[in-house]
Design a protein around this ligand. Structure first.
Ligand SMILES: Nc1ncnc2c1ncn2[C@@H]1O[C@H](COP(=O)(O)OP(=O)(O)OP(=O)(O)O)[C@@H](O)[C@H]1O
Ligand SMILES: [Mg+2]
Length: 236
């Protein structure tokens, strides 16, 4: 199962969610690899740095170009139950790296913060996914609402964010489980060289655990739909 985190807008928490998902899958005993296409990211925010510090036993790949990525993805799909890729910042459909990435992904996860700036470009993200589906019709997409802040009006009313997303992209599915803003848990993790899902109990840890469990069940449902379809065609 190849999972890609992508968005055309930067700073929407792609790398933070990708590193937590990698470590969560690893904690659950799954065989997982990280693919970092944004390794040049400054500071300690990249997938390579976060996963490298938090769970050094998880293999990390940094393909240098689209050709390397094209050869690597099918190999990793054979070798690992899950790959988690962090797409480069400024994600566009036109770069060859992104074409390859989406062609070989099963799920594309699109984090948003509850801000118009992060939600408005979802129409472009949806178009990119539609183009990718011409070559990869089974590509699934999910929006993840992160950084809900109970001190703000929208934070107290998550349905208003869901409605805003549906108004812009009626066909993009949104994960039910949303993630609360929790600077303390993320800061503690950064100081400890860990990720939030490894830390003590915190609101963000609770939310991420439920979010990833929901995602896993969506992925299992997608696989089972596919195998039913294959079985029907095989016997018809
Ligand atoms: N629920 C949360 N509560 C508080 N802080 C969070 C939460 N989720 C993520 N963050 C923090 O938000 C910041 C931005 O996230 P991140 O670097 O993952 O974004 P990005 O989409 O990868 O950005 P870039 O486009 O620069 O690659 C990070 O410092 C991260 O720790
Ligand atoms: Mg990043």
């Amino acid at each position: 199962m190849n999972i890609t985190f992508a968005h055309t807008k930067g700073g929407v928490t792609k790398s933070a969610l990708a590193s937590n998902l990698c470590v969560w899958l690893h904690q659950k005993g799954h065989n997982v690899a990280a693919i970092d296409l944004d390794a040049g990211e400054y500071g300690n925010k990249s997938l390579t740095t976060s996963v490298g510090q938090a769970a050094p036993e998880i293999p990390i790949y940094q393909p240098a170009d689209a050709a390397e990525l094209r050869d690597l993805l099918p190999q990793l799909a054979e070798q690992f139950q899950f790959t988690v890729a962090d797409a480069p910042g400024g994600f566009q459909s036109t770069t060859q790296t992104n074409v390859e990435l989406l062609k070989h992904s099963d799920f594309v996860l699109i984090p948003v913060k509850p801000e118009f700036d992060a939600i408005e470009p979802l129409s472009v993200v949806e178009q990119i996914i539609e183009v990718a589906r011409l070559e990869n019709p089974l590509l699934q997409a999910r929006v993840i609402i992160n950084c809900l802040d109970g001190r703000t009006r929208t934070g107290r009313d998550p349905q208003s964010i869901v409605d805003m997303i549906h108004a812009i992209t009626p066909n993009l599915k949104i994960m039910n489980q949303k993630v609360r803003i929790d600077s303390s848990a993320f800061q503690t993790a950064r100081i400890n060289g860990s990720v939030v899902v490894q830390g003590g109990r915190s609101p963000a840890q609770e939310d991420l655990n439920s979010l990833f469990a929901e995602l896993l069940s969506d992925m299992i449902a997608a696989i089972s739909r596919l195998s039913q379809k294959l079985a029907t065609t095989a016997y018809s």
